[in-house]
Design a protein. Structure first.
Length: 210
């Protein structure tokens, strides 16, 4: 083979490589453009949670033993604000905290699917009987008793997936925090507590992180 033929063959290979590279680059740009376009059209928005109400059956602490008993039933709603995106709630655990300390055992909500603009409502019971708490909790409850209200936070932790058409995304962590202000009761023989069977209409927006 002559040197002229070899040079011509090398030029053809370089042109082929350039074309392959250009095709690959064009494909990557197209995929990125489609992802951006889908994002702009769909504009995915995290769900909107509202703590509707809370019924307090027991919320008492013994200051001598630092044991706290809590029993609530709450009504919690979630709205999917998206027009074209559905939400799978694969697992949701709900529990209550006071002063950043968990005071009830987690309650598992049933797995569910939420369509476009749909609203879901749950009414779980949250309870924790004679749970040991830090000594400062009693002091905090004394201060809250003087102020007249106690702040209990209802927390939701779980995993969600997004559904667009037939496409279903991977799992994302969901964290929800709902503040609930409850009127505090008086002092009893052993400590402090809230009167039983009292329902509080809250309609409190929750902070949602996904």
């Amino acid at each position: 083979m002559s040197e002229k033929d070899c040079g011509h063959h090398d030029d053809e290979k370089k042109k082929l490589y350039r074309r392959l590279f250009a095709c690959l680059l064009g494909f990557i740009i197209l995929v990125l453009f489609v992802i951006l376009l889908v994002w702009l059209i769909l504009r995915p928005t995290k769900p909107h949670f509202i703590l509707e109400d809370a019924t307090v059956y027991n919320f008492n602490i013994s200051t001598s033993t630092n044991l706290l008993t809590s029993n609530f039933q709450i009504s919690l709603s979630s709205r999917n604000p998206n027009n074209r995106i559905g939400i799978y709630y694969d697992r949701l655990d709900v529990y209550a905290t006071y002063r950043s300390q968990q005071i009830t055992l987690p309650t598992l909500l049933p797995a569910s699917y939420q369509g476009h603009k749909d609203v879901s409502v749950w009414s779980p019971f949250l309870s924790g009987n004679n749970l040991p708490v830090a000594p400062y909790i009693g002091d905090s409850l004394t201060q809250d008793q003087m102020a007249g209200t106690v702040l209990v936070n209802i927390k939701v932790y779980g995993r969600v997936r997004w559904k667009v058409g037939t496409f279903v995304s991977g799992k994302y962590h969901l964290n929800v925090n709902c503040p609930a202000y409850i009127t505090f009761g008086g002092k009893n023989n052993n400590g402090f507590g809230v009167g039983p069977g009292i329902k509080y209409e809250l309609v409190q927006n929750c902070n949602v992180d996904v």
